[in-house]
Design a protein around this ligand. Structure first.
Ligand code: S3P
Length: 749
């Protein structure tokens, strides 16, 4: 027999596990190993199971019935029901008869609705001490011999507390699961059963059915001999415990029948398509499914993007020193990537995009259009193929379109969706949910769109369909390409000419790309106009490297003696080159070569070499042309001789974070004299020191401070760099390749 481990920090008093199957015994073992309970009691009717459990060190004390221990249990004790689903009611009956309502009760059954029904029947109401739970950590193995202390590490446990579950009981159960390494979240009971029917129960029945079908074929030996990897992967779960899955099938009958009906209708359509040789149908299904599989495997699953209780925070520690040298190409332009998906989707025919940015923001746009029925292949190494559905071919999405962190997605989509026949809701993450949307909702309302926002004109945005849009001449109150593009996209659906007049030139990718799709847009000074009712023709789009991402390495070279960097194939649209103009004015040596036009957008290679920088007063006309590059330009200012002054840039306060304040705070932490003003900042060049700065969940703030490490005296720690994935996947690898030393660390949130 193994020694009882010394109790470290018990979170429960007695842990009583009824049923020593894989889940029950693994929980007992994990809790016992970590000293999470003063005593771990295992209950099983089989003495052989109990003997094994004691011998393996899974439990401290074996019992054959709850009655044997019930009188000893009270507040702080936790009973875990770990028996097959259909046996849960019988155990609940014992709990009702034997336990006081001080004892917390949870279960681990895969179906939650049936547990609640049973509890209500037995108790006559939903008991306060019952906190139903479901660890998503099963395997095809079963029994106490399969017990694994780390079975729950980094696995999800879903709790489905009911309205009367006591707070203290919920906390006790949550704490125990967290302490054994699980990621705990709460869900509504019905939602749980529906989601699990689709994602867990159905795949098991498909696997059982496939194996059973093949096994009943006459040549089954031969068939199984040749069954290869795909078969093995797909059918692994058919080796699971039959009792458990019989119980699940019966307990979650309705949700399972509904999803079985859906898959059977899909199967029968597929059968007819194969029978009739319908290649298009097959390509559509296979492409959609492959892309959805790749996509959900990445980070864009809305549930994955929405932060869970213990999602890891990524922090950077940047070691001072190094020089920036190399010849690199940064990822594709974010603004153009968004627009390529939007315009490709509403064009007629198939649009091929290369150089597409596979960052979370542009992927959010891509996923939104898939949600509206557009078939989009890829992305595969920057290549995306969009099967356009035409201006009126989008379909109503079945749920709100989740746009993560992406303001561009939300603002441009609101314009494009205002003229559809269906309702759609646009939602986003915490940062996006705080950003102003009245700037687009107001002109759209003028056009006749019906849009609801949360108080203060914030997301979510509910866009009502079926409204006829009328054209407007819109004078923008602020220089914003997003607002301009939103109005022009809505103008595609309005009868007559819609125009925008901007107070200063902003990026004109929408206008250029619309023309690339054969749609006439007239640009005349500050005015852009188009007439609704035309059509877009599919095209090829080569997205150049994003100058906003290149800017980080331009500044890296500009501030670091000995640096010399070449950045390839960068988009140098005149409405985006403020960073080049400003750095040149500060003294940086920047050469453009290989200048050409690709798909209506100017592109060049950019070479930057170190030269001493001087502080400047940044001309206000450069502000919209460098709007996303200011965080890193402030780092250049901190390394320059003298003062740099920025004015006329109040828009920076409503970006992914308040970029004036985020940067001023961080620079001050690093020992720089930086004073924010209402519409800008004053920065005295000096020596960057060391310290911990916060990104405020803003990708560009995080990357700007990483670059500062090249010239700091000591280490710079940057908190919360996760959002760099929104615009610049692979940032750390490229930064490392040119000479930065960044240690990536993770921390529980
Ligand atoms: C963008 C426009 C800019 C910019 C954003 C992308 C676009 O926003 O900051 O990152 O793609 O149109 P504003 O239009 O709000 O200035």
């Amino acid at each position: 027999m193994l020694q009882t481990p010394k109790t470290r920090q018990p979170v429960v008093n007695r842990l009583v596990v009824i049923g020593l199957g894989l889940i029950g015994s693994s929980l007992a073992l994990a809790a016992r190993n970590a000293g999470l309970a003063t005593e771990v009691v295992g209950i099983s009717r089989r003495s052989s199971t109990l003997d094994l459990a004691v011998e393996m060190g899974v439990i401290d004390r074996p019992e054959q019935s709850l009655a044997a221990i019930a009188s000893e249990l009270g507040a702080g004790d936790l009973v875990v029901i770990g028996v097959p689903t259909l046996t849960v009611p019988a155990i609940l009956k014992e709990c009702f008869e034997l336990l006081s309502n001080q004892v917390t009760i949870t279960d681990v059954a895969s179906v939650k609705g049936s547990v609640m029904v049973a509890a209500e029947e037995v108790y006559g109401h939903l008991p306060v001490q019952l906190v139903p739970g479901h660890p998503i950590a099963g395997s095809e193995k079963s029994g106490v011999t399969a017990a694994k202390a780390d079975l729950f590490k980094d696995h999800r446990v879903i709790l489905t507390p009911h309205a009367d579950s006591g707070e203290a009981h919920v906390q006790l159960v949550e704490k125990l699961w967290q302490k054994v390494g699980a990621v705990v979240s709460c869900m509504d009971i019905q939602e749980h059963d529906e989601v699990l029917a689709a994602t867990s129960h159905l795949p098991h029945f498909l696997a059982y059915s496939l194996v059973d079908t093949l096994a009943s074929m006459r040549d089954n030996r031969e068939i199984f001999r040749y069954a290869a990897g795909g078969f093995r992967d797909f059918t692994r779960i058919a080796a699971s415990d039959p009792i458990m899955w019989r119980d699940i099938a019966l307990a979650n009958r309705e949700a399972i029948l509904s999803v079985l009906d859906q898959i059977m209708s899909n199967f029968s359509e597929m059968r007819s398509a194969i029978d009739s040789g319908d290649e298009t149908y097959l390509m559509d299904v296979f492409t959609r499914a492959r892309d959805a599989r790749n996509h959900f495997g990445q980070s864009i699953d809305p549930k994955a993007l929405q932060k869970t209780m213990s999602e890891k925070i990524i922090n950077y520690k940047v070691t001072p020193g190094g020089a920036a040298r190399g010849d690199i190409r940064v990822p594709g332009d974010k603004s153009m990537s968004h627009r390529s998906i939007m315009l490709g989707s509403i064009a007629e025919g198939m649009t091929e995009v290369t150089g597409f940015l596979e960052g979370e923001d542009s992927l959010a746009t891509l996923q939104a259009f898939r949600g509206m029925g557009v078939i989009i292949e890829g992305p595969d190494q920057g290549r995306v193929v969009i099967h356009g559905v035409g201006l009126h071919g989008l379909k109503a999405p079945t749920k709100p379109l989740y746009l993560g962190n992406s303001g561009t997605s939300m603002r441009l989509l609101s314009g494009l969706l205002a003229g559809q026949t269906f309702d759609v809701e646009l939602t986003g993450d915490e940062s996006l949910s705080g950003r102003p949307m009245a700037r687009v909702a107001d002109p759209l309302a003028e056009m006749g769109a019906v849009i609801e926002t949360a108080p203060g004109g914030r997301p979510p945005m509910l866009i009502k369909g079926g409204n006829k849009l009328k054209p407007i001449d819109y004078v923008l109150p602020m220089a914003s390409a997003q607002v301009k593009s939103c109005v022009l996209l809505a103008g595609l659906y309005a009868e007559g000419e819609t125009s925008t007049i901007e107070p200063a030139p902003t990026r004109d990718h929408s206008e250029r790309m619309l023309r690339g799709f054969g749609y006439s847009v007239v640009s005349d000074g500050s005015k852009a106009s188009l007439s609704g009712g035309g059509s877009l023709t599919a095209t090829r789009i080569d997205v150049p490297a994003d100058i906003s991402s290149a800017a980080f390495f331009m500044v890296a070279a500009a501030i670091t003696p000995g640096s010399d960097i070449t950045l390839r194939h960068v988009g140098v649209n005149p409405t985006r080159v403020g960073v080049i103009n400003i750095l040149r004015q500060m003294g940086t040596s920047i050469e453009l070569s290989n200048e050409k036009e690709v798909g209506g957008e100017p592109v060049a290679d950019i070479r930057i070499r170190y030269a001493e920088l001087n502080g400047i007063v940044i001309p206000e006309d450069q502000v919209p042309l460098a709007i996303d590059e200011f965080p890193v330009l402030f780092v250049a200012a901190a390394c320059a001789t003298g003062e740099t002054v920025l004015t006329g840039a109040e828009e920076l306060r409503v970006k992914e974070s308040d970029r004036i304040q985020s940067m001023a705070d961080g620079l001050v932490t690093l020992g720089i004299d930086a004073q924010s003003t209402a519409d800008g900042i004053r920065i005295q060049g000096g020596q960057l020191g060391s310290g911990t700065v916060h990104s405020h969940d803003d990708h560009r703030i995080a990357m700007a401070f990483a670059i500062a490490g090249l010239r700091s005296q000591g280490e710079i720690e940057i908190i919360e760099c996760n959002n760099i994935a929104t615009s610049f996947p692979g940032f750390v690898d490229l930064a490392t390749a040119i000479g930065l030393t960044i240690n990536v660390e993770t921390q529980e949130s």
